[in-house]
Design a protein around this ligand. Structure first.
Ligand SMILES: [Zn+2]
Length: 248
């Protein structure tokens, strides 16, 4: 399983002057965030970094060992302020997918600075790419697509002086052409939100990620968090991915 988060922030700190691109509807409180991580550990999941997770797909270790990897999209400042300290305390590695360029209408002070991004490696947090400007990738022409994918990788590698190996699709959107462009840009794997159940070597370039409700108390949450019941969700995944690959 891979978890996807965006903002982790106390309700009273959420700004009121926001644009849709900031995705504040995907905000969880630090208290609920910590509780989710602890609950999943109690359910038998073992936290690993994305490199371990991806490497284990081929031999089925990822599923067999109930490996779980934590990811965040966009690169918000609140991740640095609230989630990173909790992850460090619980000794959980994670990946943050960062937009390397400008995000239209979003104040830069709400995003992590380069200085903050540089501190993440020592805290066992890897930086992945989330394109340059957060576009809807399947709608782009080939040249623009390549610039968003190759450009973001180069931007981040230049300032971090480390390889950037993973990508998350903005809005989870991809198709076959986008996947091919991601592969030729040199990424090792990519994350989406389309699918369900278990990831495998076949889903390496559209790794499914889970989102739980804040309190994690719905029936679906309980099914997903149980490694045994999770098998029930698996049958739906393949069909939804097939539709996505061949659509826009
Ligand atoms: Zn995003």
């Amino acid at each position: 399983m891979i978890l996807m988060y965006h903002h982790v922030c106390p309700a009273e700190q959420v700004p009121t002057d926001v644009v849709p691109l900031e995705g504040w509807r995907y905000c969880i409180s630090p208290k609920d965030f910590r509780r989710q991580l602890q609950r999943l550990r109690q359910c038998g999941w073992m936290y690993v970094d994305l490199e371990t997770y991806v490497a284990g797909l081929e031999r089925g270790e990822t599923r067999r060992n109930r490996w779980l990897s934590v990811t965040f999209d966009d690169g918000w400042l609140d991740n640095f302020q609230y989630s990173v300290p909790i992850l460090t305390e619980l000794q959980i590695p994670a990946t943050i997918f960062v937009v390397s360029g400008t995000m239209a209408g979003v104040p830069s002070e709400r995003r992590m600075s380069v200085a903050q991004l540089r501190q993440l490696h020592a805290l066992k947090i890897e930086v992945g790419a989330h394109t340059r400007t957060h576009p809807n990738l399947p709608t782009l022409g080939d040249a623009q697509l390549r610039e968003e994918l190759v450009g973001a990788k180069q931007d981040l590698e230049r300032v971090l002086e480390r390889p950037v190996r993973y990508l998350a699709y903005p809005g989870g959107r991809f198709n076959q052409r986008v996947v091919e462009s991601v592969q030729s840009a040199g990424y090792d794997a990519a994350c989406s939100v389309i699918g369900g159940g278990w990831n495998s070597a076949a889903t390496r370039y559209w790794l499914y990620r889970d989102v739980f409700t804040d309190e994690m108390n719905s029936l679906k949450d309980r099914v997903k968090s149980s490694p045994v019941w999770r098998n029930l969700l698996h049958w739906r995944a393949e069909r939804s991915v097939r539709q996505r690959l061949h659509g826009q």
